[in-house]
Write a protein that binds this ligand. Structure first.
Ligand SMILES: [Mg+2]
Length: 243
């Protein structure tokens, strides 16, 4: 059962927008907001250890036994948490992770947060235009991201949804999201926006003050700024409000 209270609040705003002959828009981040991506991290680490039993004995088994739900945001913090250390191990894993985490090949290991597919589809069925606003980049992750959204059952019809990705891998996430605000404003009036990064949720709250802006509590980067007071809080799309 989706979070009906949150859903109803968004629909109410959407009806207001529609009554002014404007198009309502809802904005969703992907990693950590619509998708759980720690299984992707885990698979990358396991593949990094393929054929490395001589160099890092026993490490692959250790990693296999850590549930992806216990992963920290940074790979090094996950290793520390489980006391996994060996000369050269951290460097090897990080190099492999950096090459493959942001790649089409591994996106299939993600899965949607509970309730996410139903929640987004119901918004779409109610005439809300869906924007997927992600820090993933088009050249390395475009194809895999489109496939994953379609396979998971998220709305992907070009007439009522849009995927906005970084044009280049090197682009800064925050700058990209800030720049995309103008592009989104052209599409219609934002009635809801969701992100799992406090800094990015704040950007959404500042730019869309009349929207329902939601912080999805999941793993996020360390050293995150304090959250705007106006944000709503969920852990997944089925939950009631956390506060
Ligand atoms: Mg995210």
């Amino acid at each position: 059962m989706i979070n009906q209270h949150l859903f109803d609040d968004i629909i109410e705003k959407a009806e207001e927008v529609k009554s002014k002959s404007r198009r309502p828009v809802a904005v969703f981040d992907l990693d950590g907001t619509l998708f759980v991506y720690t299984p992707r991290v885990k698979q990358v680490l396991l593949d990094a250890l393929d054929g490395k039993e001589d160099q890092f004995p026993g490490i692959k088994t250790l990693i296999e036994n850590i549930p992806h739900t216990s992963y920290e945001y940074l790979v090094v913090d996950t290793l520390k948490k489980y006391d996994i250390s060996m000369p050269g191990l951290e460097d090897h894993l990080l190099t492999f992770w950096e090459r493959w985490f942001f790649d089409n090949k591994y996106i299939k290991h993600d899965y949607p947060l509970p309730g996410a597919v139903e929640f987004v589809n119901k918004l779409s069925e109610n005439g809300i235009f869906i924007v997927y606003l992600t820090g993933r980049d088009w050249p390395r992750m475009g194809k895999g991201t489109e496939e994953s959204l379609i396979k998971s059952g998220f709305p992907m019809d070009k007439n009522n949804s849009k995927l906005i990705m970084k044009p280049r891998f090197e682009d800064d996430n925050w700058a990209h999201k800030n720049r995309s605000i103008n592009e989104i404003n052209v599409l219609g009036d934002v009635v809801a926006a969701f992100d799992n990064e406090p800094g990015e949720a704040n950007i959404l709250a500042d730019n869309f003050p009349s929207a329902v802006v939601v912080m999805v509590h999941n793993i996020h980067s360390p050293g995150a700024p304090p959250l705007r007071e106006s944000l709503r809080h969920i852990e997944n799309f089925n939950d009631g409000y956390l506060k």
